[in-house]
Design a protein around this ligand. Structure first.
Ligand SMILES: Cc1cc2nc3c(=O)[nH]c(=O)nc-3n(C[C@H](O)[C@H](O)[C@H](O)COP(=O)(O)OP(=O)(O)OC[C@H]3O[C@@H](n4cnc5c(N)ncnc54)[C@H](O)[C@@H]3O)c2cc1C
Ligand code: SF4
Length: 510
């Protein structure tokens, strides 16, 4: 049976549905799960609060696409305003706007989970193989690395450090560089054109523009999923009620929104829901080159370095990548204002940025941030930038600027609101006189993880190793919120793999 994608235009009166499985959220976790369930013959309804956007809608204009495809119209941040949170909100979730870098879960991280979170071998390899095949994951050849990404490759290697070409989920990528606002040629193998298309072909009923407000729980079972229509420009539900009565419910709304939905439903797992939220907090450095870089062009984030991922047992490790720099993203990232910003953006064609992504949640005592509810029921994220992160920021700023200088930059700047500017390594001493952390320099996140953490111990985890919410056997969580720590690599493939593995457990619960 063929399914359908319904949008706000189709839902003009209250809707009531019954089905085997209702999935909230259509991103990396929800989409891979849905495709497997409908293929197994189950009836599946998916509710997604964002719009259904396709390549015909992707205008490549950041000012139009960011409000349309990012959470809180692209303005999401931590409660103190110190960290900008980039997170997707459309059919396909963050995969519609992500930068396509793919990594399997590192063995060291899986060992850490076994030792500290009671998660024995999850047997993810066959699941990674399956999703890599479906999503055409392959290395983006080093030989065609664009000038922006070459800075990291050349600079790191000149210093004798590891750097390499990365793998991407693309087929027919035209090198536009615009992954962050939706792929205009369907080169990116995002969920909307892969697993969700497969699932709709097999019977998935996907309702876009429906925000799920709460799960109705009776005893130890979810008996209904309560949503409401939400027109594309609305900041809160403004449409008819959509109520689904499934045998099994799945939260796939991603970190931050997923935990918030559970909290609104009175599901706290003894206060653990929302805790241990991780962000891979990111800092950036900017560099000017004499030659043209055109950082808005070319496969984004196609080179990376894990030279500093392991800095010993007492230090936060980090990894390095290169972002695309379209004008709006660049102007936010540069943390400059007025005439300085105008000058910097005028020089964008000669500019490169390197990012340092901190591996949070691994050090003892690093509990990351916390999701709670604002009075109107929307999520609030608090994330203290603790001293061990400040130390890692300090270390990373220096190494990133050294890389850019080694690659031939004429001038490099830290992401501080008053940047440390260096023309040679000698100038980097100024970094010692600066402060690090909240409100000192730009910090952002594109990788939200945790908040419904998986674990072997019922007293410390929110879901078991089969994604089942503790104490509610017909509720599962299948998205990035189950990760018990951050990963030290980009998370999408880990989430695809986990969701592929979770198909069996969710299907068996029906
Ligand atoms: C700009 C950007 C670049 C990135 N680049 C990379 C990269 O190169 N490589 C990589 O591995 N990762 C990257 N990521 C991260 C990666 O895409 C995410 O980690 C991954 O998609 C998360 O999957 P998820 O299923 O947890 O949530 P998502 O994919 O975010 O999907 C969750 C969906 O649920 C919906 N939802 C939430 N709550 C509700 C509700 N109550 N009712 C209805 N719907 C709801 C949301 O609108 C959203 O569409 C990037 C992310 C961003 C934002
Ligand atoms: S870089 Fe490739 S995958 Fe990304 S938007 Fe452009 S064509 Fe699509």
């Amino acid at each position: 049976m063929k399914g359908a994608i319904h949008t706000w235009k189709d839902v003009t009166a209250p809707v009531e549905l019954t089905c085997d499985v209702c999935i909230v959220g259509s991103g990396a976790g929800g989409a891979v799960l849905a495709a497997g369930l409908v293929e197994a013959g189950l009836s599946v309804v998916m509710l997604e609060e964002g719009s259904h956007m396709t390549r015909a809608d992707f205008t490549l204009q950041e000012a139009e696409m960011m409000p349309a495809m990012y959470q809180e119209r692209g303005t999401r941040g931590t409660a103190d305003g110190a960290i900008t949170v980039m997170q997707g909100r459309s059919v396909g979730g963050s995969t519609t706007v992500n930068w396509t870098t793919c990594f399997r879960t590192p063995a060291a991280v899986q060992q850490h989970w076994a030792q500290h979170h009671g998660i024995d071998d999850l047997g993810l390899d066959p699941h990674f193989e399956a999703v890599e095949l479906r999503l055409s994951v392959a290395e983006w050849p080093e030989a065609i690395a664009n000038p922006n990404n070459r800075v990291l490759l050349d600079g790191a290697r000149a210093l004798g450090w590891e750097a390499k070409a990365l793998r991407r989920n693309v087929k027919g990528c035209a090198n536009s560089g615009y992954c962050g606002v939706g792929c205009p040629v369907d080169g990116k193998q995002a969920m909307g054109i892969t697993y969700l298309q497969d699932a709709v072909g097999e019977g998935l009923q996907l309702y876009a523009n429906v925000r799920v407000e709460r799960l109705e729980v009776d005893g130890d079972r979810v008996v209904a999923v309560h949503g409401r229509g939400m027109s594309p420009q609305a900041g809160a539900p403004d449409g008819p009620a959509v109520v689904v009565r499934p045998k099994v419910a799945v939260s796939s709304g991603g970190a931050i929104n997923g935990p918030a939905l559970l909290l609104r439903s009175g599901l706290t797992a003894d206060g653990r829901v929302g805790r241990r939220t991780f962000l891979h907090p990111v800092i950036g450095t900017f560099a000017r080159f004499e030659h043209v870089i055109n950082p808005f062009w070319g496969a984004p984030q196609s080179v990376g370095s894990h030279q500093f991922i392991d800095r010993g047992p007492d230090r936060v490790g980090y990894f390095l990548e290169v972002p695309p720099l379209q004008p709006m993203l660049a102007s936010v990232g540069m943390a400059q204002f007025g005439a300085d910003l105008r000058e910097a953006i005028g020089d964008l064609p000669h500019t490169n940025a390197v990012l340092g992504l901190m591996r949070d949640g691994i050090l003892p005592g690093d509990d990351g941030g916390t999701v709670s509810l604002r009075p109107d029921g929307t999520p609030r994220l608090d994330y203290p930038v603790r001293p061990f992160l400040q130390e890692a920021f300090r270390h990373a700023f220096e190494q990133m600027m050294r890389i850019q200088l080694a690659a031939g930059a004429t001038i490099v700047g830290s992401g501080h609101y008053q940047p440390v500017v260096a023309r040679s390594e000698a100038d980097l001493a100024e970094l010692d006189r600066r402060a690090y952390g909240a409100h000192e320099h730009m910090i952002f996140t594109a990788h939200q993880m945790g908040g419904c953490t998986m674990g072997g111990d019922p007293s410390t985890s929110v879901v078991d190793t089969e994604h089942r919410f503790r104490g509610v056997p017909n509720l599962f969580v299948v998205d990035g919120s189950v990760l018990p720590t951050s990963l030290g690599v980009n998370p999408s493939e880990t989430i695809y793999g986990l969701a592929h593995r979770a198909r069996r457990f969710v299907g068996e619960a029906v």
